[in-house]
Design a protein around this ligand. Structure first.
Ligand SMILES: Cc1cc2nc3c(=O)[nH]c(=O)nc-3n(C[C@H](O)[C@H](O)[C@H](O)COP(=O)(O)OP(=O)(O)OC[C@H]3O[C@@H](n4cnc5c(N)ncnc54)[C@H](O)[C@@H]3O)c2cc1C
Length: 300
């Protein structure tokens, strides 16, 4: 039996496992996709304390190495949780893990535009990760859709690879860090098309362009070879809705102490109700949840 099962191997889950293992607990870390979570696809991270500059993948690798070097067990699988006599049973497609406490660190994923062509051309020019797919569009013209930190990071990263990057935003302003904005405006090869909504992604075998519509109804067409969508995030906590309270958007209701309404279940990182979703805040949550989950096990 495990003391603690951590669900989600992003920065929050990796940190929660590390803290729980260092508190002497037997810990299983479960991940459905790839250890590292979202940060693993960040082109460049410059705001994680003590690290001047790194790729998200490097940061994620180090976190994983650190957690496992402290004895955290890990496995792949999409986890669900059910109450049991002495705690909980966490189940994946492959195995079941009885445990005393659970840390939910399921993060968020990218939102989709939901426009014609997006699903059909997925993998044929429609992309959600600049680090993963940017190199396929060397010396090509790409569009980035979005106005936050991720979108601007994508545009800056792609500007180093592609012949032209068109950043398409719904409003006439960006919602990213000022430093990123200044860098974007000073970068050659980036065109900013403001105040339009992408209404269609066009192409037969692969992306050929995007159709945009402005507030006054004017339609424009942008020729491009790929579209990188970076328009926000979506939590996926439906599987836990019978155990813990979710807010209207699907985030797990929990405060800075990472306590949910259910004894023995903690929520850490981007998956919980909070105002700043970043790597630094995710690892902060991970430390709190890992520590308090270990204390819970000791007192149970
Ligand atoms: C492109 C990009 C650039 C970014 N750049 C920065 C940056 O420069 N600085 C910064 O501080 N932050 C950055 N962020 C944000 C940062 O990556 C996130 O805030 C952070 O990763 C959140 O960590 P988390 O562990 O809470 O969630 P996530 O990183 O989302 O990890 C959650 C993990 O849980 C897994 N999971 C979900 N459900 C289940 C389940 N049922 N069973 C098993 N596993 C499950 C998922 O597969 C995922 O791996 C960036 C994000 C993106 C997408």
């Amino acid at each position: 039996m495990y003391d603690i099962v951590v669900i989600g191997g992003g920065p929050a889950g990796l940190t929660a496992s590390l803290y729980a293992a260092r508190a002497g607990k037997k810990v299983m870390l479960l991940e459905s996709n790839a250890f590292g979570g979202q940060i693993a696809i960040a082109p460049r991270v410059e705001n994680f304390p003590s690290v001047m500059e790194t790729s998200g993948a490097q940061l994620a690798d180090k976190m994983f190495e650190q957690a496992t070097s402290h004895g955290v067990d890990f496995d792949m699988g999409t986890a669900t949780v059910a109450p049991a006599e002495n705690g909980f049973v966490v189940t994946t497609e492959y195995a079941s893990y009885p445990c005393r406490a659970v840390v939910l660190a399921t993060g968020v994923t990218h939102k989709q535009l939901g426009v014609e062509g997006e699903q059909r051309l997925l993998g044929k020019g429609v992309c959600y990760c600049a680090v993963c797919d940017g190199a396929f569009y060397k010396d090509k013209h790409v569009c980035v859709v979005g106005d936050g930190n991720s979108a601007v990071q994508y545009a800056l990263y792609l500007a180093e690879i592609c012949s032209q990057v068109t950043l398409v935003t719904l409003f006439d302003r960006l919602f990213c860090d000022m430093e990123l904005q200044q860098r974007l405006l000073a970068t050659q090869g980036v065109v900013w098309t403001q105040g339009v909504a992408v209404t269609e992604i066009v192409g037969d075998e692969c992306v050929k362009g995007v159709v945009c519509k402005s507030d006054d109804g004017a339609i424009t067409y942008i020729d491009c070879d790929a579209v990188f969508v970076a328009i926000g995030q979506q939590p996926h906590n439906e599987a836990f809705a019978s155990l813990v309270e979710l807010d209207e958007q699907g985030y797990i209701v929990a405060g800075e102490n990472c306590l949910t309404g259910r004894k023995g279940i903690f929520a850490a990182g981007d998956c919980r109700t909070k105002s700043v979703r970043q790597c630094a805040t995710a690892v902060g949550d991970g430390a709190v949840a890992g520590f308090l989950a270990a204390q819970f096990v000791d007192r149970a």
